[in-house]
Write a protein that binds this ligand. Sequence first.
Ligand SMILES: Cc1cc2nc3c(=O)[nH]c(=O)nc-3n(C[C@H](O)[C@H](O)[C@H](O)COP(=O)(O)OP(=O)(O)OC[C@H]3O[C@@H](n4cnc5c(N)ncnc54)[C@H](O)[C@@H]3O)c2cc1C
Length: 384
Amino acid sequence: MKVVVVGAGLGGVAAAVGLHRLGHEVTLFERGAELREAGTGIVVMPNGLRALEALGLADGVRGQVIHAARGGLRDWRGRPLLVTDAIQAQREIGTPAIMDRAELHRALRAPLPADLVRTATPVERLEPDPTGVTVISGEKPVTRADVVIAADGRGSRLRGQLIPGHPGLRRTGRMDLRGMLPRPPGLVTDLLVCQLVDRRSGAMFGLFPVGENRLYWFTDSALHGTPPGADEARRQMLSLMADWHPLVTALIEATPPADIYVDPITRLAEPLPSFAAGRIALLGDAAHAMPPDLGQGASQAFEDAAALARHLTDANPANVAQRLLDYDAERRPRTNRIMRAASRQSRMTSQTGVAGWFRDALLRAIPSRLATRQLAALWQALGE
Ligand SMILES: Cc1cc2nc3c(=O)[nH]c(=O)nc-3n(C[C@H](O)[C@H](O)[C@H](O)COP(=O)(O)OP(=O)(O)OC[C@H]3O[C@@H](n4cnc5c(N)ncnc54)[C@H](O)[C@@H]3O)c2cc1C
């Protein structure tokens, strides 16, 4: 079958490789001038790793699994609120990996022959008819396909075409900063794989190791109005977190603004009524953009890609529309559940005032063994 994938993000690349390996004739269209993934670190959860494994893409990612004895939530000074035994949780449900985004993208796209990729080709429109889909770029037809996978990200233009009337994205009122930097020599800290929350401002800071030599940090805080540039956002965060654990401000200060990414956080205003329309299907953020609080966005895109590869095994132009409906039936209920859980998690960590005080008191009262069991249960539920 002739398959077009639109969008060469993490999800689109994983899908293109999976479908190419099934023997389909794949073309991957990307609007950017080159194939690349910008950004800092990314957590790939155990369920995402399992999906990559099913696609034959887990080599190189498995080496990046997190080795941390503890995780959980702490207050802004680094005092434990909810300490989990990460080793025990990982024993039960598997280990997440934390990677440099650019390296992950490179590893995923490596098996894709270069002649299947068309960069600098923004797809503006898809024109389906009873025998196929015409792909339009630069107001001209660029190819025809038996099936098109729209993996064009959270701002997806094709989603609006496929699901007319859908309200699209909504801002959550939060902003995230992300940075990566060399690990300071000799640094020993129990803040790794932790999130620090502050009930006074509702802000959060998270810290992860990337391999042996680098650290990835992120902040999450309220956004009022237009998101600032990296310079101003860094200044604001240093002021907001001035009395936090000293490592927090030291790491933000040590990261040059050019290496800091600022994102206003968005999610789908409403879940989609379908991921499939005839011979066209949505995948990844285009289908289920969610807040990053559970670290599931890319893992869900990998699960989409693995499910799509399963449903399109031995598919042909005559049965592909039904196969895409099967893909939708498998994936949409699960991603809807995870979108809701991510929004709940975001509300929980950003609580302020009395609600924040009760949250902290409740978290402190949960024994570590129970917290570990709950974390394992959450991961298990996400992995099913
Ligand atoms: C602050 C933050 C932190 C996050 N942390 C994590 C994390 O730790 N773990 C995790 O799993 N997820 C995380 N995520 C989410 C994760 O980054 C996304 O879910 C994932 O990258 C989505 O991949 P995608 O391929 O669906 O979309 P994208 O990565 O957005 O890729 C879309 C691609 O399509 C291209 N494109 C767009 N329109 C067109 C067009 N018309 N024609 C051709 N090409 C087009 C774009 O150029 C892009 O290359 C985070 C997100 C944010 C904002």
